[in-house]
Design a binder for this molecule. Sequence first.
Ligand code: B12
Ligand code: SF4
Ligand code: SF4
Length: 357
Amino acid sequence: MPDLRDHPWPAADLAQRIKAQALALGFDLVGIAPAQASPELAFFQRWLDAGYAGEMHYLARNRERRGDMQQVLPGAQSVVVCGLNYDTDYPYSTTQHDPERGWVARYAWGADYHQVMQTRLAALQEFVMTLVPPSVASKLYVDTGPVVERVCAKDAGIGWFGKNTCLLNTRLGSWFLLGELLLTVPLVYDQPVPDHCGTCTRCLDACPTQALLEPYVLDARRCIAYLTIELKGAIPDEFRVPIGQHIFGCDICQDVCPWNRKRQVTTLPELQPRTAQQHPVLAELATLTREEFQRRFRGTPFERSKRRGLLRNVCVAMGNAGHAAFIPLLESLLDDEEALIREHAAWALERLQSLRD
Ligand code: B12
Ligand code: SF4
Ligand code: SF4
Protein backbone atom coordinates (compact mmCIF):
# COMPACT_ATOMS: atom_id res chain seq x y z
CA MET A 1 0.00 0.00 0.00
CA PRO A 2 1.54 3.39 -0.93
CA ASP A 3 1.65 5.91 1.90
CA LEU A 4 -0.73 8.67 0.83
CA ARG A 5 1.41 11.19 2.69
CA ASP A 6 4.06 10.80 -0.02
CA HIS A 7 1.47 11.97 -2.54
CA PRO A 8 -0.20 15.09 -1.14
CA TRP A 9 -3.56 15.84 -2.73
CA PRO A 10 -4.21 18.98 -4.75
CA ALA A 11 -6.00 21.53 -2.51
CA ALA A 12 -9.39 21.03 -4.20
CA ASP A 13 -9.33 17.22 -3.90
CA LEU A 14 -8.16 17.40 -0.32
CA ALA A 15 -10.94 19.86 0.57
CA GLN A 16 -13.52 17.56 -1.05
CA ARG A 17 -12.26 14.50 0.80
CA ILE A 18 -12.23 16.30 4.13
CA LYS A 19 -15.79 17.53 3.65
CA ALA A 20 -17.04 14.11 2.57
CA GLN A 21 -15.43 12.55 5.63
CA ALA A 22 -16.92 15.17 7.98
CA LEU A 23 -20.40 14.32 6.68
CA ALA A 24 -19.66 10.59 6.93
CA LEU A 25 -18.70 11.12 10.59
CA GLY A 26 -22.14 12.52 11.32
CA PHE A 27 -21.68 16.28 10.97
CA ASP A 28 -24.57 18.00 9.22
CA LEU A 29 -22.70 21.03 7.90
CA VAL A 30 -19.12 21.58 6.82
CA GLY A 31 -17.29 24.49 5.21
CA ILE A 32 -13.73 25.71 4.90
CA ALA A 33 -12.38 29.23 5.48
CA PRO A 34 -8.93 30.72 5.14
CA ALA A 35 -7.31 31.22 8.57
CA GLN A 36 -7.16 34.97 8.32
CA ALA A 37 -8.42 37.95 10.30
CA SER A 38 -12.07 38.60 9.49
CA PRO A 39 -13.60 42.13 9.64
CA GLU A 40 -16.23 40.87 12.13
CA LEU A 41 -13.53 40.25 14.72
CA ALA A 42 -13.49 44.01 15.29
CA PHE A 43 -17.01 43.61 16.77
CA PHE A 44 -15.67 41.11 19.26
CA GLN A 45 -13.09 43.58 20.60
CA ARG A 46 -15.71 46.36 20.83
CA TRP A 47 -18.10 44.00 22.58
CA LEU A 48 -15.51 43.20 25.24
CA ASP A 49 -14.67 46.90 25.69
CA ALA A 50 -18.35 47.67 26.26
CA GLY A 51 -18.36 45.19 29.17
CA TYR A 52 -21.02 42.94 27.61
CA ALA A 53 -19.08 39.80 28.53
CA GLY A 54 -19.86 40.33 32.24
CA GLU A 55 -17.95 37.83 34.36
CA MET A 56 -16.80 35.67 31.42
CA HIS A 57 -13.24 36.87 32.00
CA TYR A 58 -11.78 34.00 29.97
CA LEU A 59 -13.01 35.80 26.83
CA ALA A 60 -10.97 38.92 27.60
CA ARG A 61 -7.94 37.08 28.95
CA ASN A 62 -6.87 35.85 25.53
CA ARG A 63 -8.50 38.51 23.37
CA GLU A 64 -5.42 38.92 21.14
CA ARG A 65 -5.29 35.20 20.45
CA ARG A 66 -8.98 35.18 19.59
CA GLY A 67 -8.34 37.83 16.96
CA ASP A 68 -5.34 36.11 15.40
CA MET A 69 -5.27 32.44 14.44
CA GLN A 70 -1.51 32.54 13.96
CA GLN A 71 -1.23 32.81 17.74
CA VAL A 72 -3.49 29.80 18.16
CA LEU A 73 -1.68 27.65 15.59
CA PRO A 74 1.46 29.16 14.01
CA GLY A 75 1.36 28.70 10.25
CA ALA A 76 -2.41 28.05 10.23
CA GLN A 77 -3.82 28.37 6.71
CA SER A 78 -7.25 26.80 6.80
CA VAL A 79 -10.15 26.30 9.21
CA VAL A 80 -12.51 23.43 8.59
CA VAL A 81 -15.77 24.32 10.37
CA CYS A 82 -18.25 21.58 11.22
CA GLY A 83 -21.84 22.03 12.36
CA LEU A 84 -23.91 19.45 14.26
CA ASN A 85 -27.70 19.62 14.23
CA TYR A 86 -29.16 19.24 17.74
CA ASP A 87 -32.85 19.78 17.06
CA THR A 88 -35.18 17.04 18.23
CA ASP A 89 -38.89 16.55 17.69
CA TYR A 90 -40.11 18.33 20.83
CA PRO A 91 -42.05 21.56 21.28
CA TYR A 92 -40.54 25.01 21.72
CA SER A 93 -40.23 26.75 25.10
CA THR A 94 -42.63 29.42 23.87
CA THR A 95 -45.51 26.88 23.85
CA GLN A 96 -44.86 25.25 27.26
CA HIS A 97 -46.44 26.53 30.48
CA ASP A 98 -46.32 23.82 33.15
CA PRO A 99 -45.98 25.37 36.64
CA GLU A 100 -44.51 22.12 38.01
CA ARG A 101 -41.50 22.08 35.68
CA GLY A 102 -38.46 24.13 34.81
CA TRP A 103 -37.37 24.88 31.24
CA VAL A 104 -33.98 23.85 29.90
CA ALA A 105 -32.35 25.05 26.66
CA ARG A 106 -32.54 22.53 23.82
CA TYR A 107 -28.76 22.04 23.52
CA ALA A 108 -28.65 20.72 27.10
CA TRP A 109 -31.25 17.93 26.76
CA GLY A 110 -28.77 15.19 25.87
CA ALA A 111 -25.10 14.40 26.51
CA ASP A 112 -22.54 17.20 26.83
CA TYR A 113 -22.10 18.35 23.23
CA HIS A 114 -18.41 19.19 23.70
CA GLN A 115 -17.72 15.49 24.03
CA VAL A 116 -20.00 14.53 21.15
CA MET A 117 -18.35 17.04 18.81
CA GLN A 118 -14.81 16.41 20.01
CA THR A 119 -14.95 12.67 19.33
CA ARG A 120 -16.02 13.31 15.74
CA LEU A 121 -13.55 16.14 15.18
CA ALA A 122 -10.71 13.97 16.51
CA ALA A 123 -11.70 11.26 14.02
CA LEU A 124 -11.68 13.87 11.24
CA GLN A 125 -8.27 15.10 12.37
CA GLU A 126 -6.92 11.56 12.27
CA PHE A 127 -8.32 11.09 8.78
CA VAL A 128 -6.74 14.34 7.50
CA MET A 129 -3.38 13.29 8.92
CA THR A 130 -3.42 10.20 6.71
CA LEU A 131 -3.67 12.48 3.65
CA VAL A 132 -1.14 15.23 4.35
CA PRO A 133 2.63 15.30 4.90
CA PRO A 134 3.68 14.68 8.52
CA SER A 135 4.91 18.29 8.81
CA VAL A 136 1.29 19.57 8.71
CA ALA A 137 0.09 20.71 12.13
CA SER A 138 -3.53 20.80 13.28
CA LYS A 139 -5.68 21.77 16.26
CA LEU A 140 -9.31 21.13 17.03
CA TYR A 141 -11.67 23.25 19.09
CA VAL A 142 -15.22 23.07 20.34
CA ASP A 143 -16.57 26.13 22.12
CA THR A 144 -13.94 26.57 24.81
CA GLY A 145 -10.92 27.30 22.56
CA PRO A 146 -9.60 30.79 21.76
CA VAL A 147 -11.57 30.99 18.51
CA VAL A 148 -14.59 33.19 17.69
CA GLU A 149 -16.46 30.30 16.20
CA ARG A 150 -19.41 32.05 14.61
CA VAL A 151 -17.03 34.29 12.66
CA CYS A 152 -15.10 31.26 11.34
CA ALA A 153 -18.39 29.56 10.47
CA LYS A 154 -19.66 32.62 8.63
CA ASP A 155 -16.39 32.83 6.68
CA ALA A 156 -16.70 29.13 5.84
CA GLY A 157 -20.13 29.69 4.28
CA ILE A 158 -22.00 27.72 6.99
CA GLY A 159 -24.51 30.52 7.56
CA TRP A 160 -25.21 34.19 8.22
CA PHE A 161 -25.27 36.17 11.48
CA GLY A 162 -28.86 36.42 12.67
CA LYS A 163 -29.99 39.56 14.46
CA ASN A 164 -30.15 37.37 17.58
CA THR A 165 -26.35 36.86 17.04
CA CYS A 166 -26.78 33.14 16.31
CA LEU A 167 -25.46 31.75 13.07
CA LEU A 168 -28.31 30.65 10.81
CA ASN A 169 -28.42 28.21 7.93
CA THR A 170 -31.24 28.01 5.38
CA ARG A 171 -31.63 24.24 5.96
CA LEU A 172 -31.12 23.89 9.74
CA GLY A 173 -32.10 27.31 11.07
CA SER A 174 -29.89 27.98 14.11
CA TRP A 175 -30.16 24.55 15.78
CA PHE A 176 -26.56 23.53 15.23
CA LEU A 177 -23.37 23.55 17.26
CA LEU A 178 -19.94 24.43 15.94
CA GLY A 179 -16.46 22.93 16.06
CA GLU A 180 -13.29 23.62 14.06
CA LEU A 181 -10.19 21.92 12.78
CA LEU A 182 -7.30 24.33 12.12
CA LEU A 183 -4.69 23.16 9.60
CA THR A 184 -1.37 24.46 8.33
CA VAL A 185 -2.22 23.42 4.80
CA PRO A 186 -3.92 25.47 2.07
CA LEU A 187 -7.33 24.25 0.86
CA VAL A 188 -10.02 25.50 -1.47
CA TYR A 189 -12.33 27.87 0.42
CA ASP A 190 -16.07 28.40 0.61
CA GLN A 191 -17.75 31.77 0.22
CA PRO A 192 -19.90 33.47 2.91
CA VAL A 193 -23.64 33.26 2.28
CA PRO A 194 -25.98 36.30 2.09
CA ASP A 195 -28.08 37.57 5.01
CA HIS A 196 -31.63 36.21 5.14
CA CYS A 197 -33.01 38.12 8.16
CA GLY A 198 -34.35 40.93 6.02
CA THR A 199 -36.69 43.25 7.91
CA CYS A 200 -37.64 40.66 10.58
CA THR A 201 -37.10 41.64 14.24
CA ARG A 202 -38.96 38.80 16.01
CA CYS A 203 -35.99 37.79 18.14
CA LEU A 204 -35.38 41.33 19.40
CA ASP A 205 -39.07 41.79 20.20
CA ALA A 206 -39.38 38.44 22.04
CA CYS A 207 -36.36 38.60 24.35
CA PRO A 208 -37.81 38.87 27.88
CA THR A 209 -34.78 40.68 29.32
CA GLN A 210 -34.02 43.01 26.38
CA ALA A 211 -30.59 41.42 26.10
CA LEU A 212 -30.51 42.07 22.35
CA LEU A 213 -29.72 45.78 22.56
CA GLU A 214 -29.86 46.17 18.80
CA PRO A 215 -29.54 43.77 15.85
CA TYR A 216 -26.36 41.64 16.24
CA VAL A 217 -25.50 43.02 19.69
CA LEU A 218 -26.18 40.93 22.76
CA ASP A 219 -25.40 42.19 26.26
CA ALA A 220 -24.60 38.85 27.89
CA ARG A 221 -25.15 40.35 31.34
CA ARG A 222 -28.86 40.54 30.49
CA CYS A 223 -29.13 37.17 28.70
CA ILE A 224 -30.89 34.31 30.52
CA ALA A 225 -28.28 31.87 29.16
CA TYR A 226 -25.59 33.87 30.96
CA LEU A 227 -27.65 34.53 34.10
CA THR A 228 -28.58 30.86 34.60
CA ILE A 229 -25.29 29.21 33.55
CA GLU A 230 -22.27 31.50 33.45
CA LEU A 231 -23.03 33.87 36.32
CA LYS A 232 -21.77 32.34 39.54
CA GLY A 233 -23.23 34.79 42.07
CA ALA A 234 -26.67 36.25 42.73
CA ILE A 235 -29.03 36.91 39.84
CA PRO A 236 -29.66 40.67 39.75
CA ASP A 237 -33.17 41.47 41.02
CA GLU A 238 -34.35 43.11 37.80
CA PHE A 239 -33.97 39.81 35.89
CA ARG A 240 -35.51 37.37 38.36
CA VAL A 241 -39.11 37.84 37.22
CA PRO A 242 -38.36 37.95 33.44
CA ILE A 243 -36.40 34.69 33.76
CA GLY A 244 -39.73 32.93 34.36
CA GLN A 245 -39.22 29.16 34.66
CA HIS A 246 -35.95 28.99 32.76
CA ILE A 247 -33.50 27.03 34.87
CA PHE A 248 -30.69 26.39 32.37
CA GLY A 249 -30.16 28.50 29.26
CA CYS A 250 -32.76 30.06 27.01
CA ASP A 251 -34.00 29.52 23.45
CA ILE A 252 -36.70 32.16 23.08
CA CYS A 253 -34.88 34.22 20.42
CA GLN A 254 -34.42 31.01 18.42
CA ASP A 255 -37.87 29.54 19.07
CA VAL A 256 -39.53 32.58 17.51
CA CYS A 257 -37.23 32.67 14.47
CA PRO A 258 -39.02 31.87 11.19
CA TRP A 259 -35.93 29.99 9.99
CA ASN A 260 -36.47 27.50 12.82
CA ARG A 261 -40.01 26.61 11.70
CA LYS A 262 -38.81 24.02 9.25
CA ARG A 263 -37.64 21.22 11.55
CA GLN A 264 -34.96 18.72 10.67
CA VAL A 265 -34.31 16.48 13.66
CA THR A 266 -31.13 14.67 14.63
CA THR A 267 -31.02 10.90 14.97
CA LEU A 268 -27.75 10.89 16.97
CA PRO A 269 -28.43 8.82 20.10
CA GLU A 270 -26.23 11.06 22.31
CA LEU A 271 -28.33 14.12 21.52
CA GLN A 272 -31.74 12.57 22.15
CA PRO A 273 -33.53 14.23 25.10
CA ARG A 274 -33.26 12.60 28.50
CA THR A 275 -36.40 13.17 30.56
CA ALA A 276 -34.40 14.13 33.66
CA GLN A 277 -32.81 17.01 31.76
CA GLN A 278 -35.40 18.14 29.26
CA HIS A 279 -38.26 19.42 31.34
CA PRO A 280 -37.42 18.53 34.94
CA VAL A 281 -39.85 18.60 37.84
CA LEU A 282 -38.83 21.57 40.00
CA ALA A 283 -39.74 19.86 43.27
CA GLU A 284 -37.35 16.99 42.46
CA LEU A 285 -34.47 19.37 41.76
CA ALA A 286 -35.12 21.41 44.89
CA THR A 287 -34.32 18.45 47.15
CA LEU A 288 -31.12 17.26 45.42
CA THR A 289 -28.10 16.83 47.66
CA ARG A 290 -24.65 17.43 46.23
CA GLU A 291 -24.12 13.68 45.73
CA GLU A 292 -27.51 13.22 44.08
CA PHE A 293 -26.79 16.17 41.79
CA GLN A 294 -23.53 14.57 40.69
CA ARG A 295 -25.15 11.19 40.08
CA ARG A 296 -28.00 12.67 38.08
CA PHE A 297 -26.02 15.11 35.95
CA ARG A 298 -22.58 13.55 35.45
CA GLY A 299 -21.47 13.96 31.80
CA THR A 300 -24.24 16.45 31.05
CA PRO A 301 -24.09 20.22 30.44
CA PHE A 302 -25.54 20.77 33.95
CA GLU A 303 -22.15 20.06 35.48
CA ARG A 304 -21.23 23.63 34.49
CA SER A 305 -23.74 25.30 36.81
CA LYS A 306 -23.07 22.87 39.70
CA ARG A 307 -25.78 22.19 42.30
CA ARG A 308 -25.30 25.67 43.70
CA GLY A 309 -26.14 27.46 40.43
CA LEU A 310 -28.93 25.08 39.48
CA LEU A 311 -30.74 25.34 42.81
CA ARG A 312 -30.38 29.13 42.73
CA ASN A 313 -32.22 29.01 39.38
CA VAL A 314 -34.77 26.50 40.67
CA CYS A 315 -35.68 28.89 43.51
CA VAL A 316 -36.30 31.71 41.02
CA ALA A 317 -38.40 29.42 38.81
CA MET A 318 -40.46 28.20 41.80
CA GLY A 319 -41.11 31.81 42.83
CA ASN A 320 -42.24 32.68 39.33
CA ALA A 321 -44.40 29.55 38.94
CA GLY A 322 -46.86 30.95 41.51
CA HIS A 323 -47.54 27.50 42.91
CA ALA A 324 -48.33 27.37 46.65
CA ALA A 325 -47.12 23.75 46.87
CA PHE A 326 -43.54 25.06 46.55
CA ILE A 327 -43.71 26.97 49.83
CA PRO A 328 -42.52 24.12 52.12
CA LEU A 329 -39.68 23.24 49.72
CA LEU A 330 -38.52 26.84 49.60
CA GLU A 331 -38.78 27.08 53.37
CA SER A 332 -36.45 24.10 53.74
CA LEU A 333 -34.01 25.75 51.28
CA LEU A 334 -33.82 28.70 53.69
CA ASP A 335 -31.52 26.38 55.69
CA ASP A 336 -29.39 25.26 52.73
CA GLU A 337 -25.62 25.12 53.25
CA GLU A 338 -25.16 27.65 50.41
CA ALA A 339 -25.87 31.31 51.23
CA LEU A 340 -26.63 31.89 47.54
CA ILE A 341 -29.46 29.35 47.61
CA ARG A 342 -30.81 30.64 50.93
CA GLU A 343 -31.05 34.19 49.53
CA HIS A 344 -32.83 33.10 46.34
CA ALA A 345 -35.23 30.89 48.34
CA ALA A 346 -36.14 33.91 50.48
CA TRP A 347 -36.76 35.98 47.35
CA ALA A 348 -38.93 33.20 45.88
CA LEU A 349 -41.06 32.96 49.04
CA GLU A 350 -41.68 36.70 48.90
CA ARG A 351 -42.53 36.45 45.23
CA LEU A 352 -45.01 33.62 45.85
CA GLN A 353 -46.59 35.68 48.61
CA SER A 354 -46.93 38.70 46.33
CA LEU A 355 -48.53 36.57 43.60
CA ARG A 356 -51.13 35.28 46.10
CA ASP A 357 -52.01 38.72 47.52
C1 B12 B 1 -19.65 33.57 25.29
C2 B12 B 1 -20.69 32.70 24.60
C3 B12 B 1 -22.01 32.86 24.98
C4 B12 B 1 -22.48 34.02 25.84
C5 B12 B 1 -22.57 35.28 24.96
C6 B12 B 1 -23.31 35.04 23.64
C7 B12 B 1 -23.09 36.07 22.57
N1 B12 B 1 -24.06 36.22 21.70
O1 B12 B 1 -22.07 36.73 22.54
C8 B12 B 1 -23.85 33.48 26.37
C9 B12 B 1 -23.63 32.75 27.69
C10 B12 B 1 -24.94 34.53 26.57
C11 B12 B 1 -24.17 32.46 25.28
C12 B12 B 1 -25.46 32.05 25.00
C13 B12 B 1 -25.76 31.11 24.02
N2 B12 B 1 -24.90 30.36 23.32
CO1 B12 B 1 -22.99 30.67 23.33
N3 B12 B 1 -21.17 30.92 23.13
C14 B12 B 1 -20.29 31.77 23.62
C15 B12 B 1 -18.89 31.58 23.04
C16 B12 B 1 -18.03 30.80 24.06
C17 B12 B 1 -18.19 32.88 22.64
C18 B12 B 1 -19.10 33.84 21.86
C19 B12 B 1 -18.49 35.19 21.69
O2 B12 B 1 -17.33 35.32 21.40
N4 B12 B 1 -19.31 36.24 21.89
C20 B12 B 1 -18.91 37.59 21.66
C21 B12 B 1 -19.67 38.13 20.45
C22 B12 B 1 -19.22 39.55 20.10
O3 B12 B 1 -19.31 37.26 19.38
P1 B12 B 1 -20.41 36.46 18.56
O4 B12 B 1 -21.57 36.17 19.41
O5 B12 B 1 -19.76 35.31 17.88
O6 B12 B 1 -20.84 37.62 17.57
C23 B12 B 1 -20.33 37.85 16.27
C24 B12 B 1 -21.46 38.43 15.40
O7 B12 B 1 -22.56 38.80 16.20
C25 B12 B 1 -20.77 39.53 14.65
N5 B12 B 1 -21.33 40.84 14.84
C26 B12 B 1 -21.29 41.60 15.91
N6 B12 B 1 -21.85 42.79 15.67
C27 B12 B 1 -22.25 42.77 14.40
C28 B12 B 1 -22.87 43.73 13.63
C29 B12 B 1 -23.17 43.43 12.32
C30 B12 B 1 -23.80 44.47 11.52
C31 B12 B 1 -22.86 42.12 11.79
C32 B12 B 1 -23.23 41.76 10.39
C33 B12 B 1 -22.23 41.16 12.59
C34 B12 B 1 -21.92 41.51 13.88
O8 B12 B 1 -19.43 39.59 15.07
C35 B12 B 1 -19.30 38.97 16.32
C36 B12 B 1 -17.88 38.50 16.54
O9 B12 B 1 -17.00 39.56 16.54
C37 B12 B 1 -19.20 30.72 21.75
C38 B12 B 1 -18.11 29.72 21.37
C39 B12 B 1 -16.93 30.42 20.72
N7 B12 B 1 -15.74 30.06 21.17
O10 B12 B 1 -17.08 31.23 19.83
C40 B12 B 1 -20.52 30.02 22.12
C41 B12 B 1 -21.61 29.84 21.01
C42 B12 B 1 -21.69 31.15 20.26
N8 B12 B 1 -22.84 29.64 21.76
C43 B12 B 1 -23.64 28.83 21.21
C44 B12 B 1 -24.94 28.53 21.70
C45 B12 B 1 -25.64 27.32 21.13
C46 B12 B 1 -25.54 29.35 22.66
C47 B12 B 1 -27.01 29.34 23.11
C48 B12 B 1 -28.02 28.99 22.02
C49 B12 B 1 -27.17 28.36 24.32
C50 B12 B 1 -28.50 28.46 25.03
N9 B12 B 1 -29.60 28.05 24.42
O11 B12 B 1 -28.60 28.88 26.15
C51 B12 B 1 -27.18 30.80 23.63
C52 B12 B 1 -27.61 31.73 22.49
C53 B12 B 1 -27.81 33.15 22.94
C54 B12 B 1 -27.61 34.13 21.78
N10 B12 B 1 -28.68 34.75 21.30
O12 B12 B 1 -26.46 34.28 21.34
C55 B12 B 1 -23.10 28.28 19.90
C56 B12 B 1 -23.78 29.02 18.72
C57 B12 B 1 -24.20 28.16 17.56
C58 B12 B 1 -24.91 29.00 16.51
N11 B12 B 1 -25.63 28.31 15.64
O13 B12 B 1 -24.81 30.21 16.47
C59 B12 B 1 -21.54 28.59 20.07
C60 B12 B 1 -20.81 28.87 18.76
C61 B12 B 1 -20.94 27.36 20.80
C62 B12 B 1 -20.71 26.17 19.89
N12 B12 B 1 -19.51 25.64 19.86
O14 B12 B 1 -21.58 25.71 19.19
N13 B12 B 1 -23.07 32.06 24.63
S1 SF4 C 1 -31.23 33.57 24.80
FE1 SF4 C 1 -33.11 34.39 25.77
S2 SF4 C 1 -32.41 36.04 27.11
FE2 SF4 C 1 -30.70 35.57 25.70
S3 SF4 C 1 -30.97 36.98 23.99
FE3 SF4 C 1 -32.09 35.12 23.42
S4 SF4 C 1 -34.20 35.47 24.17
FE4 SF4 C 1 -32.89 36.98 25.16
S1 SF4 D 1 -35.98 36.08 14.32
FE1 SF4 D 1 -35.84 37.23 12.40
S2 SF4 D 1 -34.27 38.77 12.77
FE2 SF4 D 1 -34.08 37.25 14.37
S3 SF4 D 1 -32.53 35.84 13.64
FE3 SF4 D 1 -34.53 35.01 12.99
S4 SF4 D 1 -34.88 35.84 10.93
FE4 SF4 D 1 -33.21 37.03 11.86
